[in-house]
Design a protein around this ligand. Structure first.
Ligand code: DX5
Ligand code: ZN
Length: 214
């Protein structure tokens, strides 16, 4: 699966930018609060408008300090998957249950420096694990290949039936890095600059999907 991130899109033309990636599996929307991360993007009112503008399932990545308060609102608005950061969530189990009760999939994200092991049991409550392969906050950064160890660990836990979730990776995914991420066992690839930095975003999505299959 490919999930283009609109962080690298033209924010003055978001409806057109969504139309350009029609046929993508998900569209990835980065919510940043200038507190959990040193950048500010958009929030629920914009997500609500984007949901009206597209039928692509929306993957909301909440890089915010108080997801316990805000996450369920994105599920109620109609997001397909809502991801919170383990470093920010006070009660991740409750968040996951609230998200699912509101009809969304529940996602948990871990920053590059955060170990996976302490959270393996917690992952039973979640539908997706978003492994960050850059420090969250900005598009266009270089891929941190070390995080692929976490991907391999969770892939193994899924393949042996210990966990049931989708493995997603976010940050620095492009034509040079997607194959190693695919080999490590990623199911869903977020790509911002590699899609919206291309002259034809739709073709860039198709090319990435093809390359992930190789
Ligand atoms: C970074 C965001 C990413 C970002 C990825 O904090 O979570 O989703 O858009 O951008 P690229 O693909 O350019 O690294
Ligand atoms: Zn993201």
């Amino acid at each position: 699966m490919i999930a283009p991130s609109i962080l690298s899109a033209d924010f003055a033309r978001l409806a057109d930018e969504l139309a350009a990636i029609e046929g993508s599996d998900w569209v990835h929307v980065d919510v940043m609060d200038a507190h959990f991360v040193p950048n500010l993007t958009l929030g629920l009112p914009v997500v609500e408008a984007l949901l009206k503008a597209t039928s692509i399932p929306m993957d909301c990545h909440l890089m915010i300090s108080d997801p316990d308060r805000w996450a369920v609102g994105y599920a109620e608005a109609g997001a397909h998957n809502v991801t919170v950061h383990v470093e920010a969530a006070k009660d991740p189990v409750r968040i996951a249950r609230d998200l699912r009760a509101a009809g969304a999939k529940a996602g948990l994200s871990i920053k590059p420096g955060t170990p996976l092991e302490p959270y393996v049991e917690l992952l039973r409550e979640f539908d997706t694990l978003l492994v960050m392969s850059v420090e969250p906050g900005f598009g266009g950064q270089g891929f941190i290949a070390d995080v692929l160890d976490k991907v391999r660990t969770v892939r193994n836990l899924v393949d042996t039936g210990h966990l049931n979730l989708l493995v997603e990776i976010d940050g620095g995914i492009n034509r040079d890095t997607i194959e190693q991420a695919a080999e490590a066992g990623v199911d869903c690839f977020v790509a911002g600059s590699a899609v919206y930095g291309a002259s034809d975003p739709g073709k860039a999505v198709a090319a990435l999907r093809e390359q992930a299959r190789n």
